[in-house]
Write a protein that binds this ligand. Structure first.
Ligand SMILES: [Zn+2]
Length: 269
């Protein structure tokens, strides 16, 4: 494909509704609408016209995620939530938890990152971990080294790394492909700073799968006491958020000052 046509396609494409963000129910609804509409055109006008319309509709759905404007909210309204939840789960592609997968709490306890709290029956950050974690976060934040740090942690070429900021997410791209996603730059800084520490404090950190490492790191974010980016207070509240095709209740941890989302966990009723 020439660069010129890529440019055009890229401008037409809506990444927030395609690729990994594609909403399967919306796509199905739109393909059905396209088929019915094109069928009518073939019947009433000409079969050729219907075929062309159907082909154009499919290309549009492929590139833009949907054909009929407003489908995402329309789907949300008319499909029962349990159906949409099934699609969401499928699209998560949560890999089977492998046998060697370690529980985040266990990893953090073994690394001396968390320990039983002094005052209550819960887990708290250990003083030594808190100190170095914050020093690392301050350094990354001040020097803006998240790209080189991520390159080093994932053992990839930092020159091919780039960050894309969306409304609610920071997406890391590698060599044109999607590498990973964080809730915000603040969340990324917290993870990078913690990964640096866990490498040294947990034997076998490098042997954990990337998915397992990221479960541990996001679990650790619950223990943040101030925002890694602006130092603001951390708030935790229950919120309703919109995924591609449904709304759900989440427990949202965010910064009170800069509004950075630190963590978002789906709240099971
Ligand atoms: Zn903040």
């Amino acid at each position: 494909m020439s660069t010129k046509s890529t440019g055009f396609v890229e401008r037409f494409r809506q990444p927030e509704y395609t690729g990994e963000n594609r909403c399967t129910p919306c796509t199905i609804v739109n393909v059905v609408i396209a088929a019915v509409g094109s069928g009518l055109v073939s019947f009433v006008v000409t079969p050729f016209g219907g075929a062309v319309l159907f082909a154009l509709s499919l290309v549009t759905i492929y590139l833009r995620g949907y054909l009929v404007p407003g489908t995402p909210s329309f789907t949300k309204q008319y499909f029962p939530d349990w159906v949409l939840a099934k699609f969401d789960k499928l699209e998560d592609e949560t890999p089977e938890v492998a046998e060697e997968e370690r529980e985040p709490e266990q990893v953090l306890a073994d690394a001396g990152a968390v320990e039983p709290c002094e005052q209550m029956d819960d887990l708290c950050l250990s003083d030594s971990f808190r100190k170095v974690w914050h020093e690392n976060m301050d350094a990354i934040n001040a020097e803006g080294t998240e790209k080189s740090d991520l390159g080093r942690v994932l053992d990839v070429d930092e020159d091919k790394l780039s960050f894309d900021e969306h409304d609610e997410a920071l997406v890391a791209q590698y060599d044109g492909g999607r590498l990973g996603q964080w809730e915000s730059r603040a969340a990324l800084i917290a993870d990078l700073a913690a990964a640096k520490l866990l490498e040294n404090r947990y034997d076998g950190w490098d042997a954990l799968t990337v998915t397992n490492q990221s479960r541990v790191l996001s679990g650790l974010r619950i223990f943040l006491e101030s925002c890694p980016e602006c130092g603001g207070d951390i708030t935790m509240e229950q919120e309703t958020v919109e995924s591609c095709c449904r709304t759900m209740d989440v427990v949202a941890v965010s910064c009170a000052d800069c509004d950075s989302r630190i963590l978002e966990v789906e709240h099971d009723q």
